[in-house]
Design a protein. Structure first.
Length: 131
């Protein structure tokens, strides 16, 4: 489990705040806001994000697409994922290691290529039998 992940979250807003503040790149709220709301001026983008993750203000909410984009920008999606798992009674999943995941995909790809090659040889053998 990553170091900055809580064992218990007080709610979705707590998880959102921790995600924004725990981003591994060390981005400021303003930098995240600018990426999330590129059409807004920087200070307005920061204020909009700040209001969206604050329990004190109910006038701004993240829609599902903005939530996913925030999870991508911050690179700390585990806070939301773990909160949801806890809230709905699921086990928290382990985070995939990117290198291991890529190797697994490559192995699966090579396996499929091998199977396709075997099928091709079988088809060629059948064609020769028909002749």
């Amino acid at each position: 489990m990553p170091e900055n992940v809580q064992l218990i979250y007080d709610g979705i807003m707590d998880a959102l705040n921790r995600m924004v503040r725990a981003n591994p790149k060390g981005m400021s709220m303003k930098e995240i806001g600018i990426k999330l709301y590129p059409s807004k001026i920087p200070d307005t983008a920061r204020n909009t994000l700040s209001r969206a993750i604050s329990e004190e203000y109910g006038d701004v909410n993240l829609d599902p697409e903005e939530l996913i984009k925030t999870m991508e920008i911050t690179e700390a999606p585990e806070h939301i994922i773990y909160f949801m798992c806890d809230h709905f009674g699921f086990e928290r999943p382990p985070r995939k290691n990117k290198n291991t995941f890529e190797k697994q995909i490559e192995q699966q790809f090579q396996s499929v290529l091998s199977q396709v090659g075997q099928i091709g040889r079988l088809i060629e053998g059948l064609r020769q039998l028909k002749q």
